[in-house]
Design a binder for this molecule. Structure first.
Ligand SMILES: Cc1cc2nc3c(=O)[nH]c(=O)nc-3n(C[C@H](O)[C@H](O)[C@H](O)COP(=O)(O)O)c2cc1C
Length: 169
């Protein structure tokens, strides 16, 4: 898929149909996430791949906007190892970049995906850390629901020329 087509046609997919995601595809998607830029090249990310229906249901129990997990094949929790970080606080930005790479790679692979916000909601982070047995210093950042898209979501028009400022505001 051409890069600009991938960027513009990626949508949050919340309706999935039945199907399997091959392990090799998952590895490719996770590899793409690990190629995201990161401050000082710290690459603090780790990824927890969740396929257990029970765990996905538990997430729906505490996350108010996670209904699409019912039909998703799996979810990926993007978490950061904040132990001994060289550039404190940048893990949030690094993990956001990795999450965006996940979404784009899923789309390029013909899959549908949706970012589920965890950070900065402390209660959601606490629940997810408990559910996934995250050790101390491993901070939850986001969840990505992944599945086989039920249909293509059309591309909206989003170019807003009035938001482009030249030289000064
Ligand atoms: C930080 C962040 C948190 C989000 N959390 C949720 C969420 O909890 N549930 C959900 O259905 N979508 C969530 N989204 C997806 C947005 O709703 C979506 O990106 C936005 O509506 C634009 O649509 P698009 O992704 O199709 O371009 C989140 C997106 C971001 C960037």
């Amino acid at each position: 898929m051409e890069a600009f087509e991938c960027l513009l046609d990626r949508r949050s997919v919340r309706k999935f149909r039945e199907g399997e995601i091959p392990d090799e595809t998952m590895v490719e998607i996770l590899k793409a996430a690990m190629y995201a830029p990161s401050a000082g090249n710290q690459r603090p990310w780790h990824f927890v791949v969740i396929r257990s229906r029970k765990t996905l249901e538990r997430i729906m129990g505490f996350h108010p906007h996670a209904g699409m997990l019912k039909d998703a094949c799996l979810a990926i929790a993007v978490v950061a190892d904040t132990n001994g970080e060289k550039y404190p606080g940048y893990w949030v930005l690094d993990c956001a970049a990795a999450t965006q790479n996940l979404l784009l790679a899923a789309h390029a692979s013909g899959l549908g995906a949706c970012w589920l916000g965890i950070y900065p909601k402390e209660e959601r982070a606490k629940e997810l850390a408990l559910l996934l047995d995250l050790p101390s210093g491993i901070a939850p950042h986001s969840l990505v629901a992944v599945g086989i898209p039920a249909s293509a979501v059309p591309r909206p028009e989003r170019l807003e020329p009035e938001r482009i400022h030249n030289e000064r505001w």
